[in-house]
Ligand binder design. Sequence first.
Ligand code: FEO
Length: 166
Amino acid sequence: MLAERIEKALNAQIKTEAESSQFYLAMASWAETHGLNGTAKFLYQHSDEERMHMLKLVKFVNERGGHAEVPALSQPPKDFESINNIFQTLLDHETKVTAEINKVVDICLQEKDYTTHNFMQWYVSEQIEEEALAREIMDKLKLIGADKGGLYLFDRDLSLIQPEAE
Ligand code: FEO
């Protein structure tokens, strides 16, 4: 059985993952309407991955005798300044998500809930990969600068990134 505090923290994380999914969906839609089809494909995949992160939590909470809540979500932005702005926003967002995951892990230790602690390690590793990928993308964008040909190749390369296996 989950302690109330753990259930609350996991439900908050369900909301964070769901909002991440909506956020990246909004970015994907913006990219698709700005001729950046490779970027859009990458972001649609990323949005799906966030939904998977949410579902994994929903199932865990319910399996452990809690009740996963499906939350109301805030409206993500409709417009973004540029592709750089999108990936910087994504990186900043993931950094915040990492801090939230760490808080959940901390609560698990305080409550001596080692099962949930173990479950959360998957998210800890996932955050390392996501932050690293976002930083790599930002580094590439900085290299490209205002080079339109570079941006064309960047967009094409992003379409080749395969979604992660669970
Ligand atoms: Fe589910 Fe991007 O963290």
